[in-house]
Design a protein around this ligand. Structure first.
Ligand code: 13P
Ligand code: SF4
Length: 311
């Protein structure tokens, strides 16, 4: 039983014993963010995973992120506290269907959001994250036809911004899909002048009301730099933890779902990771990400292109 254990102290002890680094995404529980060696967005986390000299990476995020760490750092042991921490975008894009879609459009390249399986990465030309997508798209010749998957909202946002047509895969993030425009407008009316910061996984009826659109890191940056005292945050609300830590005098309000609060916008997959499971993962070095070497090398090609092009 884990009862009576001081999990923070035990995790610290194991981290040293195992020469492990704990990487956490901004959507993790505050207690996990607070003990992580590094907290970041998907691009930052993949760079850290590639650069670390630790023997073990304890990845507190979702499975595609831990898989990315393994693809970039095959010699390291990568543990994910809960192997069921998936992603609705990954689920929306089964590799066989994606392969058929690609084959139906042989003159298109596949620009693919990192929120997908290793098998879909292996079927793609270039991976992007929300913070690198624009920079990468700008480097692709204007006449090149593009398939963008699996997030149709990020794809639609990039299309509108760049004026380029892309064939969009119909996936969505269930978390960002749940924001309510009606409730957001009510909230804006209650806080006149408060800027809305939104993740590009939000549907267009939410992005239309945003003053800033960007990745989790970019939203955090904006929130801290902005002179505004009250800000509305339209992404998974656990990121507000970092905002409140860095700017305790400001007020950050999570954008609401249809019920008028931001509880329905918590990512159920991210929430599967707990302090207990992180402790067990470091103790047992399980559950571990394992990957077939051929698949890893195929997926690494499109990821390496992203890392090169993102600058
Ligand atoms: P970023 O942290 O790259 O903005 O991604 C958000 C997200 O939904 C991760 O699952
Ligand atoms: Fe996937 Fe959305 Fe959760 Fe991110 S917030 S892991 S995109 S379901």
């Amino acid at each position: 039983s884990l009862k009576g254990l001081d999990l923070r102290t035990e995790i610290d002890r194991l981290r040293k014993e195992r020469n492990a680094v704990i990487l956490a995404h901004y959507y993790q529980k505050p207690e996990i963010q607070d003990l992580a060696d590094f907290v970041g967005d998907s691009l930052d986390l993949s760079r850290k995973a590639e650069a670390t000299d630790a023997d073990v990476i304890a990845f507190c995020g979702v499975r595609f992120m831990a898989e990315t760490a393994k693809i970039l750092s095959p010699q390291k042991i990568v543990v994910l506290p809960d192997m069921d921490a998936g992603c609705s975008l990954e689920d929306s894009c089964p590799p066989d269907q994606f392969k058929a879609f690609r084959e139906a459009h042989p003159d298109h390249i596949a620009l693919t959001y990192i929120n997908c399986s290793a098998a879909v990465k292996a079927l793609s030309d270039i991976i992007v994250t929300s913070s690198s997508a624009q920079i990468i798209l700008d480097q692709i010749p204007k006449d090149q036809k593009i398939i963008f998957g699996p997030d149709r909202h990020l794809g639609g946002y990039l299309s509108r911004k760049s004026g380029r047509d892309m064939l969009l895969w119909p996936g969505v993030c269930i978390v960002h899909e749940a924001f309510s425009e009606t409730e957001l407008l009510k909230l804006k009316a209650q806080h006149p002048g408060a800027p809305v910061l939104a993740h590009p996984e939000c549907p267009p009826h939410i992005l239309d009301h945003a003053d800033h659109v960007g990745s989790t890191s970019s939203i955090l940056d904006y929130a801290l730099r902005s002179p505004d005292e009250t800000l509305i945050v339209a992404t998974e609300p656990h990121i507000i933890h970092q905002m409140e830590k860095a700017a305790p005098h400001k007020t950050f309000i999570g954008a609401p779902g249809a019920d008028g609060n931001c509880n329905c916008n918590m990512c159920p997959y991210m929430a599967l990771n707990t302090m207990e499971k992180l402790y067990v993962a470091l103790r047992d070095l399980q559950p571990r990400i394992e990957m077939d070497e051929e698949l890893r090398l195929a997926a690494k090609k499109s990821l390496d292109r992203m890392l090169d092009m993102a600058g």
